[in-house]
Write a protein that binds this ligand. Sequence first.
Ligand code: RFL
Ligand code: PHB
Length: 399
Amino acid sequence: MSDPLPQRTQVAIVGAGPAGLVLAQLLARHDIDSVVLEAESRAYVEGRIRAGVLEQGTADLLVELGAGARLQREGQRHGGIELRFDRRSHRIDLSALTGGRAITVYGQQEVVKDLIAARLGAGGRILFEADAVGLENLDSERPAVRFRHGGVERSLAADVVAGCDGFHGICRAAIPSSRLRVFERVFPFAWLGILAQAPPTANELVYVNHERGFALHSMRSPALSRLYVQCGPTDAIADWPDDRVWAELRTRSAIAGPWQVNEGPVLEKVIAGMRSFVVEPMQYGRLYLAGDAAHIVPATGAKGLNLAVADVCVLARALAAFFGGGDRAPLERYSATCLERVWRAQRFSSWMTGLLHRFDDGDVGFAQKLQLAELDYVTRSTAAATTLAENYVGFPLPV
Ligand code: RFL
Ligand code: PHB
């Protein structure tokens, strides 16, 4: 790091999550200079447990970007998922239905660690504990990011600002509200998630529809399980002592034959709300939003991280055309190009969420019967299963 406190760059990237880090790595391939400003410490972002499922295209891209060696060693490639309902289990053969494509189970924090190592290893600039506090001159050719670092406020001048600062960041809020349209749906439930020191009970992910609510069995390694249960939207962690979590997991996941949830010490517990959210357009002047800063999907479809990566693929290509030959057209189309995939992922994530959760509004029994009929259809019809599979493994990235 030749200049730990840079004052000028071509692309100022706010946020060192998957969106910001992949963007920085992609830009370097085009010899475009960038600086990543991250509010939190390196240890914090490397320890933040979130997503676990990488689409085929995301895993391939990380390898291509030189950040995939550990993913190839430690990531688990899965060619199927299990749908469980009515005390029966059904496998959806993702690979057979998609011409050999698959997902990779590899923790988001591991992706973030690998990307940070690759970027810093290549001499890239990431400034941790650099809290962006304001964006300036967005509608000019000289935008800037004001940030606080080491107790001092500074300014980073750029040609373009990439708002990769997540749902609670400052970039989206810097766009005049009269220039944005917000689309939002908040689901009337949340997920309680645990990381447990216990070998995964199944080899593949298990998505469960049960009359008491949704459950999901995922994993992080051969020794670590990642498990979720649907809970109330206002539940607190204190409402969910470990015994209650395990009891719900056992009840909701039970099948007619012998099957047992592997239990172990709970290392982490979170509650995550479920919402769909999109702003249009995803750009204003010289500011381009990417990832959770622009859209949120309910986690049931495992699309959030993957969508963030798809956005920055579009952005990197557009910036290469801009800096390489002054072609502004791809940048002007940035939002429209991204939103096609965003809405396709919103549709799929809403559909998976509707298929698998308990909805307490209206006639609950009627809704459950419809879900069972649809699940039955998805597991019997190759056409329906293919629709699920091709969306779940993901469409090719716009690289
Ligand atoms: P991130 O990861 O939130 O990164 C944003 C970064 O910006 C920083 N930041 C700032 N930096 C400087 N100045 C400021 N003023 C700043 N404000 C914020 C933050 O500290 C942070 O480091 O956004 P990004 O890069 O867009 O990535 C999005 C993904 O993190 C997110 O979509 C996924 O985690 C969603 N998600 C899943 N996605 C998948 O693709 N597959 C999954 O299996 C999956 N499972 C999940 C999930 C999200 C979950 N939660 C916790 C909501 C499971 C869960 C439970
Ligand atoms: C996870 O492993 O954290 C995970 C897996 C699948 C999802 C959501 C989260 O749909």
